[in-house]
Design a binder for this molecule. Structure first.
Ligand code: GLY
Ligand code: MN
Ligand code: MN
Length: 485
């Protein structure tokens, strides 16, 4: 008993400590306002149900670092798993007072908190996140709600990656209870026929796209930090780069800079591909041990700062000097990107007006001029991806693509990738260039957010001549007696 008491006391003390967190997270007012805007956009007599992201297992008893579902974070600020949020269009009658939103969260648990970290619990969610109706997730099963009374029950359909942690009230239980209460078809049923006819798995996504696609000043502030951090990482690598470095080492320098600036994570797995590896668009192995001096390296990395991620790519010559062929391809990608950036403003369409009419056209004409393709309308795979996308809480963020609007933050990222064995002169083989920048659409044009990392070929060569603090960072050979003193 005494032992149990001291455990409880210890855990209470741990969670009672000031958490020493940075103070520039989004504020509870931001999240509350977002919920109001969701409510405004919901159809009459509807409820929207959002679930926290699952805890994902890495192997055996080790989980991946928890990352909240971006919609859930946007609407709550809650960064713990096993929670469900309901937003009601109209006020609901409660025993004590009426309410139009309710959240079920992880209960406090001294033992669990000692192992895996602090929980806000009901009191913390009330105080820090400013919800009024807060319950433990274990109470959701008994929560009396008649989903049939709503014209629409809005939610995202479920993907099958939720494990039963065996803890009462975990996400597995929350989803199971919701499915039972709402009349979601059980496995094997023909879904359309057996689902309650008020279940709506489409509308919510459009509501979230409309909201999340236009960034508020607070979100732009965080995105600026994420992008600046990522660009400083790129610039530091430019100074530190030398032949013989490994792809992983380059990745490490970027990620060290991210952490130095308090970015919690990478917004997506870092892509660091030298030479032909750069032709794999989402190459994340980063395992080439020693990069030869005649190669370029493509580095696509984004720091995630308080939930918001950058997405910045630079491609640089390992030895600090672009060869003739590298420069020809690089400058062509640069021209395509620069013209597209100049034209990005409210009212234009990324796919039609920026990608097809500008960037792809410039790249195709350039490839013809260089003799890599025969004609501008030849089908090829040298620029196999789209020109850009929204960034925000997701690297490929929710947002609309019909027309750019002020407040959108998007990437502009043309590329040319010529793999070994491509149907062109082999002097081009293994050249892969992507230049990716982040821009904020303004009332009359755009602002380049990622200007801390040079992107013109001559500016890159100039920066690469500068010394780096890492020049003197020499580690002992593994297996030797050298202690590096
Ligand atoms: N980093 C992924 C992308 O550029 O879309
Ligand atoms: Mn991108
Ligand atoms: Mn990218």
């Amino acid at each position: 008993m005494k032992k149990l008491l001291s455990l409880v006391l210890l855990a209470t003390t741990i969670s009672g400590l000031a958490q020493n967190e940075p103070d520039d997270f989004l504020k509870s007012e931001f999240h509350a306002e977002r919920r109001t805007l969701v409510r405004d956009k919901m159809p009459d007599n509807s409820v929207a149900v959002f679930f926290a992201a699952p805890v994902r297992n890495r192997a055996n008893d080790v989980d991946f670092i928890y990352h909240q579902d971006p919609n859930f974070y946007y609407l709550t600020g809650y960064r713990e798993p096993h929670a469900v949020l309901m937003i009601f269009k109209e006020e609901q009658e409660g025993p004590d007072s009426n309410y139009d939103e309710i959240i079920f969260v992880q209960p406090r648990n001294a033992m669990a908190e000692m192992w895996t970290g602090r929980r806000l619990g009901i009191t913390g969610v009330k105080e820090k996140l400013e919800f009024n109706q807060v319950f433990n997730n274990t109470e959701f099963e008994g929560y009396n709600i008649d989903f049939a009374k709503f014209d629409k029950v809005l939610f995202y359909d479920f993907f099958n990656d939720v494990r039963d942690t065996r803890a009462e009230g975990d996400l597995y239980d929350l989803i199971k209870s919701f499915k039972q209460k709402a009349g979601y078809p059980s496995e094997g049923d023909l879904r359309i026929e057996s689902a309650a006819n008020n279940l709506d798995m489409e509308t919510l996504d459009q509501i979230m796209k409309d909201l999340r696609g236009i960034k508020t000043p607070e979100e732009i502030e965080l995105l600026r930090k994420a992008v600046d951090i990522s660009c400083i990482g790129q610039a530091e690598v430019m100074k530190a780069m030398k032949p013989g470095m490994s792809e992983r080492e380059v990745q490490g320098i970027h990620e060290f800079v991210f952490k130095k600036y308090q970015a919690e994570y990478e917004g997506y797995p870092s892509i660091v591909g030298a030479g032909n590896n750069g032709c794999i668009l989402h190459y994340v192995e980063n395992h080439q041990p020693e990069i030869k001096s005649d190669k370029m390296i493509l580095m696509d990395l984004g720091a995630e700062y308080h939930g918001y991620t950058a997405d910045v790519t630079r491609t640089i010559p390992i030895d600090g000097k672009f060869s003739k062929e590298e420069k020809a391809i690089y400058d062509l990608v640069y021209k395509a990107q620069n013209e597209a950036i100049k034209a990005a403003k409210p009212g234009v369409n990324i796919g039609r007006d920026l990608d097809a009419a500008i960037a792809r056209k410039i790249i195709n004409e350039g490839l013809v001029e260089l003799g890599i393709i025969e004609s501008g309308d030849q089908r090829h795979l040298y620029f196999p991806h789209g020109l850009g996308h929204h960034i925000g809480l997701d690297v490929h963020d929710k947002g609309n693509y019909d027309q750019l609007e002020a407040g959108m933050v998007i990437t502009i990222e043309p590329g040319i990738y010529i793999p070994e064995g491509a149907a062109c002169d082999e002097k081009w083989w293994g050249i892969a260039v992507r230049i990716e920048d982040c821009i904020l659409i303004t009332e009359d044009g755009n602002e380049l957010l990622s200007d801390l990392a040079p992107r013109k070929s001559d500016e890159i060569e100039k920066l690469m001549k500068q010394p780096s603090p890492l020049d003197s960072f020499v580690l002992p050979e593994l297996g030797s007696d050298d202690k590096g003193e």
